[in-house]
Design a protein around this ligand. Sequence first.
Ligand SMILES: Nc1nc2c(ncn2[C@@H]2O[C@H](COP(=O)(O)OP(=O)(O)O)[C@@H](O)[C@H]2O)c(=O)[nH]1
Ligand SMILES: [Mg+2]
Length: 91
Amino acid sequence: MVLFSVTEGEDKPLKYPTIFNTADLTLVTKIDLAEAVEFDRDLAYRNIRQVRPGLPILDTSARRGQGLEAWLETLEERRKAASERVSEVPA
Ligand SMILES: Nc1nc2c(ncn2[C@@H]2O[C@H](COP(=O)(O)OP(=O)(O)O)[C@@H](O)[C@H]2O)c(=O)[nH]1
Ligand SMILES: [Mg+2]
């Protein structure tokens, strides 16, 4: 999972493509600050998708709790899928 704070600049995916290419999910963090730092969400999303088409993206704010439920659901789903894969391995 790659954390992409709105304070880091929309070009983060272009500067660090490897982390976006090896992650399963991007959390855009501190989204409550987006307006204050004039975060261009469309540009940020375009840059993520340019580097890594199809990478799931969630907008979150630890301060406000926004998006945290969706993030926890994603973690639960992935944990379940991983434990099912483990139980499929023959003894
Ligand atoms: N406004 C706001 N501040 C946050 C949020 N999450 C963390 N912070 C603040 O950002 C600073 C650094 O926090 P940290 O969790 O280390 O985030 P990092 O900057 O991504 O490493 C601390 O002062 C936190 O209180 C958020 O969602 N919104
Ligand atoms: Mg920190």
